[in-house]
Design a protein around this ligand. Structure first.
Ligand code: ADP
Ligand code: MG
Length: 254
């Protein structure tokens, strides 16, 4: 969280007037967004409002058509293809998806060590040691040699989290990380994310878990039809939303 960050800390994400279209569909409309290191930002909004597209732009999974985006000093340009900045950003930004996206044919430990060995050039011993430490941190040290299909959804999602952390990301993105989980497993994943936030990780989280958002977010952003309709501290946004759209959205979900 951000209490120790001075107001002059440079932003890790700087997005200015970003526009994204899918064909004739204008999905993100003049988005301005600055995120400082250590900040936990939660993005809420109705289905189809552009939440996934917004965070996928941040790690270059989606191109955008106009505007500016800088991530940890690397500038992405509109319609940018395979730029050096894009490659750097992909190694520095970790992402956890709704569907865990683990490699089914690899054991838990191999899922986690693959990218550090391939992309960072770590030797196997170091990568395994790090992976085991991370598995311990997310509470599943005993699952290292299993395959994803042998794990519960909550365990798989924690492997996905450990896998992303193994790359020592500067920023973590989460796209509805608990939406595919049975209710009894949501808590264990949120706990792991809560720990990460406490340790000072910069996080951008799309979620429908409003209680969690209220607790961990430094800032909540409400997106409506590709526009940031309102943002603020969780208490302010949840307890006294100013925008009519925010009010009716919250009335439906709270
Ligand atoms: P959210 O995550 O808030 O539910 P998305 O960012 O997934 O919203 O989608 C925003 C809009 O963009 C939706 O209308 C969706 O149908 C559309 N969209 C998303 N991805 C694509 C795509 N790859 N091609 C075409 N349209 C898309
Ligand atoms: Mg989505």
């Amino acid at each position: 969280m951000t209490d120790t960050v001075s107001p002059t800390t440079p932003s890790i994400v700087r997005m200015q007037k970003l526009n994204k279209h899918f064909g004739s569909l204008h999905v993100l409309n003049d988005i301005d967004l600055e995120i400082i290191p250590g900040e936990v930002v939660v993005i809420i909004g109705a289905s189809g409002s552009g939440k996934s597209t917004l965070i996928r732009c941040i790690n270059g999974l989606e191109e955008f058509q106009s505007g500016m985006l800088e991530v940890d000093g690397n500038t992405l340009t509109p319609n940018g293809k395979s730029s050096k900045a894009l490659q750097t950003i992909r190694t520095e930004v970790g992402m956890v998806f709704q569907q865990f996206n683990l490699f089914p044919h690899l054991s838990v430990i191999d899922n986690i060590t693959l990218a550090p060995m391939k992309v960072r050039g770590w030797n196997r011993d170091d990568a395994v040691a790090t992976a085991k430490r991370l598995l311990d941190r997310v509470g599943i040290a005993d699952q290292a040699d299993k395959y994803p299909s042998q794990l519960s959804g909550g365990q798989q999602q924690r492997v996905a989290l450990a896998r992303a952390l193994a790359m020592e990301p500067r920023l973590m993105l989460f796209d509805e990380p608990t939406s595919a989980l049975d209710p009894e497993m949501i808590g264990e994943v949120l706990d792991a994310m809560r720990e990460l936030a406490k340790e000072g990780m910069t996080m951008v989280i799309v979620t429908h878990e409003m209680g969690f958002a209220r607790e961990v977010a430094d800032r909540v952003i409400f997106i409506h039809k590709g526009v940031i309709a309102e943002q603020g501290a969780p208490q302010q946004l949840f307890d006294s939303p100013q925008n009519e759209r925010t009010q009716s959205f919250l009335a439906r979900v709270l």
